[in-house]
Design a protein around this ligand. Structure first.
Ligand code: ADP
Ligand code: MG
Length: 341
């Protein structure tokens, strides 16, 4: 169906008509000039992320439902990185002429699945047309009690550096997708080329296309009675995030290569691409894991948390930000980052 058949208002109504807010903090959702929120007892966390076609995603290998899901997850991840809980999402979308109503339905199916899983209300947005491809701008609102908010500037000397899950998988997923895209484009008339084979690499593709924001880690930390001294989510690569954390906290760090958590598929795939897997884990982006610091006295508690690993320690600033390799050499961490600017 053409978007023009529905018109702007008809389209918004079509996409949002059966959304029912679930959170007490959502007083009014989609439909008026503004959404109305109420947070009498919490601090309010606000984060925004913009996703541009051709810069942040490639529609050749990104299904629209996955794109919606990921766009939401990326925002939720920022709220969890403050040790908070996401509650509302505002979605602004600019669409080109080649888009039809069904395409937007797919994006919203992904957005809504993500919202459902994380208990978030989609409360508003804006819709307009674009001459340059698809653009999504999402704003997420979350909450945390004042004493629970964790910033990136609170790490102290001797704190342990911890990370959730494993790193580098989404980056290897991206390498696979880019390779298949090149194969596909070099054989436009070959039907077989349209059927890429990702067997043995499923986990990597999933990490790229369907990241999961780590709500579970925030919950486990609370249950264990641990309040991290500093926390960030890993969107641009561990190396770059740790440097940000150290800079904000005015400290150094020692990160141990042998402790960096890797999935087996990531290691195999890096080998296949002739890449150093540590480099992929340090500088590949879009893992959406949490990196955080805890006091040394929490060592036993944090070590007992499922899917969390201690990977290093915070040091005095004059010692620098170091990677300690498997053979004991020390290298200054570099922020190669991931996002193409
Ligand atoms: P305004 O003229 O005030 O910008 P709109 O017609 O753009 O109002 O929006 C009407 C209502 O629909 C508002 O509540 C707005 O938040 C919501 N809305 C608009 N676009 C979207 C969207 N893409 N997703 C969700 N809600 C939207
Ligand atoms: Mg508007």
């Amino acid at each position: 169906m053409q978007i023009s058949e529905l018109g702007e208002f008809g389209l918004i109504d079509h996409l949002t008509k059966d959304i029912k807010p679930q959170n007490a903090s959502t007083v009014l959702g989609v439909g008026d000039d503004c959404a109305v929120l109420s947070y009498p007892a919490s601090q309010v966390l606000v984060t925004s992320d913009m996703l541009m076609e051709g810069i942040h995603f490639d529609l050749v290998y990104t299904p629209l439902k996955h794109l919606g899901y990921k766009a939401a997850m990326v925002n939720f991840s920022d709220i969890y990185a403050m040790n908070g809980h996401p509650r509302q999402l505002v979605v602004s979308i600019a669409v080109g002429r080649r888009f039809q109503v069904e395409h937007l339905e797919d994006i919203y199916a992904g957005l809504r699945l993500a919202c459902e899983r994380h208990g978030v209300d989609l409360v508003g947005g804006d819709t307009c047309s674009s001459m340059t491809g698809l653009a999504l701008s999402l704003t997420c609102i979350g909450e945390a009690k004042a004493e629970d908010v964790v910033r990136r500037d609170g790490a102290k000397v001797n704190d342990l550096i911890c990370v959730s899950g494993n790193l580098g998988a989404a980056y290897m997923g991206l390498q696979l997708m880019e390779r298949e895209k090149r194969v596909f484009e070099s054989k436009p008339n070959n039907a077989e080329a349209a059927q890429p084979d990702f067997s043995g690499h499923e986990y990597l593709i999933e990490r790229l296309l369907k990241p999961e924001a780590r709500k579970d880690i925030v919950e486990r930390l609370a249950k264990a009675g641990i309040r991290p001294t500093a926390m960030m989510d890993v969107s641009d690569g561990l190396s770059s995030e740790l440097l940000h954390l150290c800079k904000a906290s005015g400290c150094g760090c020692r990160l141990y290569e042998e402790r960096i958590p890797l999935d087996y598929q990531t290691a195999l795939c890096a080998e296949e691409f002739n890449m150093n897997v540590t480099t992929c884990a340090l500088n590949g982006g879009e893992d959406y894991e949490l990196v955080f610091t805890v006091p040394l006295t929490d060592h036993d508690k944090v070590s007992a948390i499922e899917d969390v690993k201690v990977i290093g320690a915070i040091t005095k600033p004059e010692l620098g930000q170091l990677l300690i390799t498997r053979d004991g050499q020390e290298f200054q961490l570099k922020a190669q980052g991931f996002k193409a600017f």
